[in-house]
Unconditional design. Structure first.
Length: 193
């Protein structure tokens, strides 16, 4: 009956709802209460509870020794990795022979500059060649190109309409003839079929 308060619903619900772990050590090892059953850990006696909650000196010493070993291993690994990085950086050509490294990079820049200039010049030459082909093609289609091969173009005068058939003319009409260089105005005497 002395332990009956530890069987109350309020105490049991409070222990079950606690976010903090609860160690129950009510009475002695033969006494079991509802609070003991709701607790996270049940100890037989208050002395047993203290030993379950607080580690022994030997356990603390062992845990500290393990942490020290892990810390030393971690520091040794970091030092080793740092040395490796430092050796790799120190072994770089820039640190061993900075003038040679800079000269090599300058040579590479000069080479890239030459390549870029050649590529630009080649691209311009290709574009100019294509342009020349287009100009030649357009000149071959131009009426003026035809005139340069010995042909002429004839227009009514003074209206300036292009004549393509002799049947469009009458005796006495005036015509203007265009040659590759210059032109002439003429009068029609006779129209031939």
């Amino acid at each position: 009956e002395d332990l009956w308060a530890f069987n109350s619903e309020e105490v049991v619900r409070a222990i079950a709802a606690s976010k903090i772990p609860v160690v129950s050590a009510v009475g002695h090892d033969i006494d079991v209460t509802l609070a003991d059953l709701a607790a996270d850990v049940r100890a037989l006696t208050p002395t047993d509870a203290a030993s379950k909650v607080v580690p022994s000196r030997e356990e603390v010493t062992e845990m500290m020794n393990r942490l020290i070993v892990r810390l030393q291993s971690s520091m040794a690994l970091r030092l080793q990795m740092g040395r490796a990085v430092l050796e790799r950086v120190a072994g770089h050509a820039f640190f061993r022979r900075p003038k040679d490294w800079l000269y090599e990079k300058a040579q590479m820049l000069d080479e890239w500059d030459d390549r870029l200039e050649r590529a630009g010049r080649l691209a311009l030459e290709r574009l100019f060649h294509k342009l020349q082909q287009k100009v030649t093609h357009l000149e071959s289609l131009s009426p003026l190109g035809v005139l340069s091969r010995g042909y002429s173009m004839t227009f009514t005068h003074p209206a300036g309409q292009l004549l393509v058939r002799a049947s469009e003319l009458r005796p006495g009409d005036q015509i203007r003839t265009r040659f590759a260089q210059g032109g002439a105005i003429s009068r029609i005497d006779e129209v031939l079929p």
